[in-house]
Design a binder for this molecule. Structure first.
Ligand code: TGC
Ligand code: FAD
Length: 390
């Protein structure tokens, strides 16, 4: 009874295994207990609640699908998605921390790293004892990361790294950064840069109106000497970071459903209790239209995303299919947050309820990991065979 209500209009639970439901319910209970009571305060103060890191690791929030031999939870893609849904029901910024650690730090070390790198980093990242961040975006290269100018030179016994990354989630407190940079031939490679290396700094980005409970910063490399063993050897080219994004975007597609559910759930309860003109506002056609459209859109997104999860379990999901789900679901969630906010009237703008925080958070989610426009262009290129970016 103290769990969130979970809209399940098309009995999606019938499509889940007992393991899926167990994983989801424990994540849900943890978010309700550890995140929801404190998150508004941290968001207001623009601070990341570091005390939740250990718990995030325990519910499988760090590397849910990474094999257990490396400390991961060894779960399938649907369980991964359900964990993201439950975390983002609490806050998109907390889900960001989980996405970055799992799909943008652990995933590339697991997929593109050697056995030594896997054993050195993955078990500690899985528990949260070590935290990571992912540096792809630069001040002059956001949607077009292939144009990056961050670069490294081979100095015999080490690499010399120079450049800067911007808008990096977790940067201010991360112990390591997976950084994408070009070598002397202009080929993109991933390097593991560790806090404490001389010339490496991570200034925090202040005054955000969105994702306030997530720490964002820059990564600055001023002649940083990176040991040669820190280069990820098994994949290079833009496809390497884009492969990580496939995994993170899939998680965001599920996460956005969680934020939408929380807004819908809050608005439905409020509408049933709020009396104006001597009747609940839920009994008016205008508010019913809003609520009915919300549950319709949530249900469509759930089915789309569940199917995508099955395709990913079978190794068949394409980048363009993932783009469609990320774009659709974040757009769905941001619209629901806006409508739900209106149902609460003036109360909707306060921190007493989670809706305004979700609404502001989703402004980042619709921009990061590929903007709303870029995902449309990925679909456009896929169905026409013609790239419109360039
Ligand atoms: P394009 O020519 O299409 O591709 C370059 C090379 O990459 C290959 N490739 C992929 N490989 C693996 N997985 C994928 N998903 C791939 N997509 C493409 C492709 O085959 C090609 O290989 P090759 O061998 O022929 O060279 O590249 P493009 O330069 O035209 O760019 C395409 C575009 C615009 C779609 C891409 O650059 C893009 O997705 N831009 C958006 C950037 C973005 O999403 N940045 C996210 C930064 S990280 C972040 O926001 C984290 S927030 C996390 C949080 O807090 O939760
Ligand atoms: P731009 O690329 O400059 O885009 C500006 C506008 O132009 C957008 O509306 C875009 O859709 C549009 N546009 C761009 N190109 C085209 C085109 N060809 N055709 C039509 N329209 C176009 N990055 C990381 O690497 N790691 C992180 O951890 C990370 N975390 C983030 C956290 C937050 C809170 C935020 C806000 C961003 C984060 N990012 C991160 C960066 C994020 O991925 C970029 O902001 C995003 O990719 C967009 O890049 P940009 O901001 O430079 O916008």
């Amino acid at each position: 009874p103290d769990l969130f209500q979970a809209p399940d209009y098309y009995l999606l639970d019938d499509l889940l295994t007992d393991e899926h439901k167990l994983v989801r319910d424990s994540a849900r209970a943890w978010v309700k207990r550890e995140v929801s009571p404190i998150i508004e305060d941290y968001a207001q103060r623009a601070e990341f609640p570091k005390q939740i890191i250990k718990g995030l690791g325990e519910i499988g929030g760090f590397g849910p699908y990474i094999p257990e031999e490396y400390g991961g939870a060894g779960l399938d893609q649907i369980s991964y998605g359900l964990i993201m849904q439950e975390i983002e029901r609490g806050d998109s910024g907390v889900r960001s921390t989980s996405s970055v650690q799992s799909s943008l730090v652990m995933y590339p070390i697991w997929k593109y790293g050697n056995e030594e790198q896997r054993m050195k980093y993955l078990p500690k990242l899985a528990t949260g004892e070590m935290m990571g961040c992912f540096g792809l975006t630069e001040p002059d290269h956001g949607s077009n990361p292939g144009g990056m100018t961050t670069n490294f030179k081979d100095k015999g016994d080490h690499y010399l790294l120079n450049g800067a990354k911007m808008w990096i989630s977790n940067a201010p407190f991360a112990d390591i950064a997976v950084v994408w940079a070009k070598n002397e031939e202009g080929r993109i490679h991933g390097l593991i840069v560790e806090r404490g290396m001389e010339g490496f700094t991570t200034p925090e980005t202040h005054n955000k109106w969105s994702l306030r409970a997530s720490a964002t910063g820059e990564l600055i490399f001023d002649n940083v000497k990176v040991p040669k063993e820190n280069l990820l050897p098994n994949k290079s080219g833009l496809g390497a970071p884009l492969g990580c994004l496939d995994s993170a975007r899939y998680g965001i597609a599920w996460g956005a459903i969680g934020a939408a559910m929380d807004c819908y759930d809050t608005a439905l309860r409020y509408a049933k209790e709020r009396i104006q003109f001597d009747k609940p506002i839920a009994a008016t056609q205008l508010q019913q239209k809003k609520l009915a459209e919300m549950i319709t859109e949530i249900t469509k997104a759930q089915l789309l995303t569940w199917r995508l999860g099955v395709l990913r379990n079978e190794g068949k999901a394409t980048t363009a299919q993932i783009s469609m789900a990320k774009r659709n679901n974040v757009d769905m969630a941001i619209n629901i947050a806006r409508e739900a906010r209106q149902i609460l009237g003036g109360m909707g703008i306060t921190g007493e309820y989670s809706i305004m925080r979700h609404s502001m958070n989703l402004e980042s989610v619709i921009t990061y990991e590929g903007t709303h426009d870029i995902h449309l262009l990925i679909t456009g290129a896929d169905i026409t065979g013609m790239q419109a970016f360039k």
